[in-house]
Write a protein that binds this ligand. Structure first.
Ligand code: HEM
Length: 208
């Protein structure tokens, strides 16, 4: 009886520990949005608020995509298992910020004018790349649940390989729209090349 009580207390503590960690990561990932909202409400978005909102949301969408891509190599190379528990959340946050980024572009830059939106998406190469990336992210977000994972079986893994072309298109979108400094783009390019390189190396080593 005492043993069972002790065990259930331990399990309860573990459960609470996990819930606490989940909320900490969830709130930390929501923080950029909350800070942006706070700056908007206090008129602290600088000279061009629309551009600040679009750029911040786009940057965070890209950051979370890169974080999602880093989780598997972190487990394989460094043995870090914990971040794996948050991979789905990170991927969904990338999608969340990407949706807000698109909504901000459509609302604050294009004034929700359908003709302008169609023109941008069909004419500007960097927008086409961003749009294509977004289209690839949709099935990944939709099928991110355990239910879909079970339903698709092995095909789920294949489908989720779409994250790689999506990341390359996001990088293209980002590099294409740079007008001044290439430092940030170089940083993101090196990081992505490193993350994809590690995966390639690991998958080749497994094959031989
Ligand atoms: C239809 C899809 C998309 C459209 C129309 C779009 C449009 C834009 C626009 C207008 C800008 C600002 C350009 C400027 O500074 O003048 C921008 C920047 C950016 N977008 Fe997108 N975007 C799309 C999809 C995406 C997606 C899916 C991501 C990432 C997952 C993304 C990440 C970024 C980043 C990182 C920036 C640069 C932010 C910075 O300069 O700090 N975009 N996008």
């Amino acid at each position: 009886m005492v043993l069972i009580q002790g065990l259930s207390q331990r399990l309860g503590a573990l459960r609470w520990g996990w819930i606490l960690q989940w909320w900490l990561v969830f709130l930390a990932a929501m923080a950029p949005f909350a800070l942006l909202l706070n700056s908007a409400l206090n008129n602290q978005l600088g000279a061009d608020p629309a551009k600040t909102i679009v750029d911040e949301l786009g940057s965070w969408a890209m950051n979370f995509l890169w974080i999602t891509l880093a989780i598997t190599p972190a487990r394989r190379v460094l043995g870090w298992r914990k971040p794996l528990l948050f991979r789905r959340m990170m991927g969904l946050y990338a999608f969340f910020y990407a949706v807000l980024h698109l909504l901000a572009v459509a609302t604050f830059i294009l004034g929700l004018r359908a003709d302008l939106i169609v023109r941008e998406v069909s004419e500007r190469p960097y927008v086409i790349a961003g749009f294509a990336a977004f289209l690839l992210l949709i099935p990944l977000a939709v099928t991110s649940t355990r239910d879909w994972q079970a339903r698709l079986g092995r095909r789920w893994r294949t489908l989720h390989l779409l994250v790689f072309p999506a990341a390359l298109l996001v990088l293209l979108h980002f590099v294409w729209l740079i007008r001044a400094s290439y430092a940030e783009a170089t940083f993101y390019t090196i990081l992505l090349a490193f993350l994809l390189g590690i995966r390639l190396y690991i998958s080749r080593r497994r094959r031989y």
